[in-house]
Design a protein around this ligand. Structure first.
Ligand SMILES: Nc1ncnc2c1ncn2[C@@H]1O[C@H](COP(=O)(O)OP(=O)(O)O)[C@@H](O)[C@H]1O
Ligand SMILES: [Mg+2]
Length: 388
C-alpha cells in the first residue's frame, strides 16, 4: 500500500490537518523543532502503535490534550486509524470503520520501516534494539509469527513465575513449563532464522549500491538465544541453579541477537559514522525488500534528517537505492539543498516540483515527488512557483 492522505489531530506540535502524499517520494523540509520528526513519528505510531523516540505514548499528545489521533487513507481508499486516550491509557484502532482491539492488526495492513539519526542504537544500544529491529520485520513476513510470539511470551511469563516459586519450595510445574518453553522457543527461533537468512541474501544487493567502495565482506550472525549446538532443554537443566538465583529465564528465543561483522570484526568498529549509516540504510532496505517480496503489504520507508552523516556521494547512492526499492518514501531534511541528489537537478534556483519524462508518452511529463515545508507544526505543500 501507499499512504494517499494522512490526518493528525493533537499529535505533538503538528497542526491538525490533512496531508495528501505522493505515491513515490515525499520530502518535508523545515528548521530544527519545526515538527519533521513528529510527522514521521505519527506515521510510525499508526504502523506499530509505538513511538521510535519514547516508550511513553502519552507524551505524543499535544501538551494539555487528552486524546490524539492519526489516520491514513491508503491507495485503495481504505482508512486506517489509531487514536489514544491519555486519561484512560487506551488505544482505539479502526480499519475501514470497523473497530479492532489488537495492535497486531496494524502490521497486517501497513509496514513502516524507519531510519533516523537514532538508528545507531542498533549497534550501540544492546541486543534489545536488534531484537526490536528484526521482529519489526517478522510480523510482516511470517504470518503466524504474531500468534507464536504471543504464545511464547505467555509461556515465558509462566516459566518465570515458576522459577520464582521454585526459589522457595519444590515446584514440579517447572518441568512442565520447561517443555512448553523449549517447544515454542524452537518454533519461534526457526522462523527467525529463516527470516534473518532472507535478509542476509538481500543485504549484499543493497550494500553493493550503498557502500560500493567497501572492500571487505559483511557477514551477519544469528544467535538463537542459547548455545548454538546445544539442546535448549539440556541448557536449562545445566543452568537450573543460575536461573533460580536470577529468578527469570536466562536462555530461550527471547534472548536472540544478530551480530554484524566486517572481516570478522564488529562492523561498528571498522566503519566510519557515515558508512555505519549507509549500512543501517542497506539493512533497512533489505528488510523492506523482504517484506515486499511476501506481497502482503508494501513497505513504506521513512528517513529522518537525510542530511545527517551523509555526504553528497552517499546521498547519490541512497537516491539510486530508492529508485530500485520503488516504495513510497517519506524523507525529512533541514535544508532543501541536501535533497538535490534525489531530485536529479540543482534546486538552488527553484523550489518546487521536478518533472520527469513519462516513458509511455514522451510528450507528457509528470512529477515523481512532492515537497512540503514544515514551520511551527504547520505543513504546507510547496508548488513550483513558490518563492523561498
Ligand atoms: N507533546 C507535545 N506537544 C506540543 N509540542 C511538542 C510536544 N512534544 C514535542 N513538542 C515540540 O514539537 C517541536 C517539534 O519537534 P520535532 O518534531 O522533533 O522537530 P524537528 O524534527 O523538525 O526538529 C519541538 O519544538 C518540541 O518542543
Ligand atoms: Mg527531527
Amino acid at each position: 500500500m501507499s499512504v494517499a492522505n494522512l490526518i493528525t489531530q493533537n499529535f505533538r506540535n503538528l497542526d491538525s490537518a490533512t496531508l495528501t502524499f505522493h505515491p513515490g517520494l515525499n520530502f518535508f523540509v523545515g528548521d530544527n523543532g519545526s515538527g519533521k520528526s513528529s510527522l514521521l513519528e505519527a506515521i510510525f505510531f499508526l504502523g506499530h502503535g509505538k513511538s521510535f523516540r519514547t516508550s511513553k505514548l502519552d507524551s505524543l499528545a499535544r501538551y494539555n490534550e487528552q486524546t490524539f489521533v492519526v489516520s491514513v487513507k491508503d491507495n485503495n481508499n481504505c482508512r486506517l486509524g489509531l487514536s489514544r486516550d491519555v486519561t484512560l491509557g487506551t488505544n482505539s484502532i479502526k480499519i475501514d470503520g470497523e473497530r479492532h482491539t489488537r495492535l497486531s492488526v496494524l502490521a497486517q495492513n501497513i509496514a513502516i520501516q524507519i531510519v533516523t539519526p537514532e538508528s545507531f542504537k542498533l549497534f550501540f544500544g544492546g541486543p534489545k534494539e536488534r531484537r526490536k529491529f528484526i521482529d519489526l520485520g517478522m510480523f510482516h513476513v511470517k504470518q503466524t509469527f504474531s500468534k507464536q510470539w504471543k504464545d511464547f511470551n505467555r509461556v515465558l511469563k509462566q516459566r518465570n513465575a515458576s522459577i520464582r516459586l521454585a526459589q522457595h519450595e519444590s515446584n514440579s510445574m517447572l518441568s512442565y513449563w520447561n517443555e512448553q518453553f523449549c517447544c515454542l522457543s524452537l518454533k519461534v527461533s526457526s522462523m527467525r532464522a529463516e527470516y534473518v537468512s532472507a535478509i542476509i541474501k538481500e543485504l549484499d544487493v543493497w550494500i553493493a549500491i550503498l557502500l560500493p567502495d567497501l572492500k571487505a565482506r559483511v557477514t551477519v550472525q544469528y544467535l538463537q538465544g542459547w548455545p548454538q549446538k546445544k539442546e535448549l532443554l539440556d541448557v536449562l537443566s545445566s543452568n537450573y541453579e543460575r536461573e533460580l538465583n536470577y529468578g527469570y529465564s536466562l536462555y530461550g528465543a527471547h534472548k536472540f541477537d544478530v551480530k554484524f561483522l566486517l572481516d570478522k570484526q564488529p562492523l561498528e568498529t571498522q566503519l566510519s559514522r557515515g558508512q555505519q549509516k549507509l549500512f543501517l540504510l542497506a539493512l533497512t532496505f533489505a528488510q523492506a525488500k523482504s517484506i515486499a517480496k511476501v506481497n502482503r503489504v508494501k513497505p513504506i520507508l521513512l528517513i529522518d534528517d537525510v542530511g545527517a552523516e551523509l555526504d553528497i556521494n552517499s546521498r547519490q547512492c541512497l537516491a539510486s537505492a530508492l529508485k530500485l526499492l520503488n516504495c513510497q518514501t517519506i524523507i525529512t531534511a533541514i535544508e532543501t539543498n541536501v535533497l538535490q541528489p534525489f531530485l536529479g537537478r540543482d534546486l538552488s534556483d527553484e523550489t518546487g516540483l521536478i518533472k520527469i519524462d513519462n516513458l509511455d508518452n514522451p510528450d507528457m511529463v509528470e512529477e515523481n515527488f512532492k515537497m512540503f515545508h514544515v514551520k511551527h507544526g504547520k505543513i504546507t505543500e510547496k508548488y513550483p512557483d513558490d518563492s523561498e
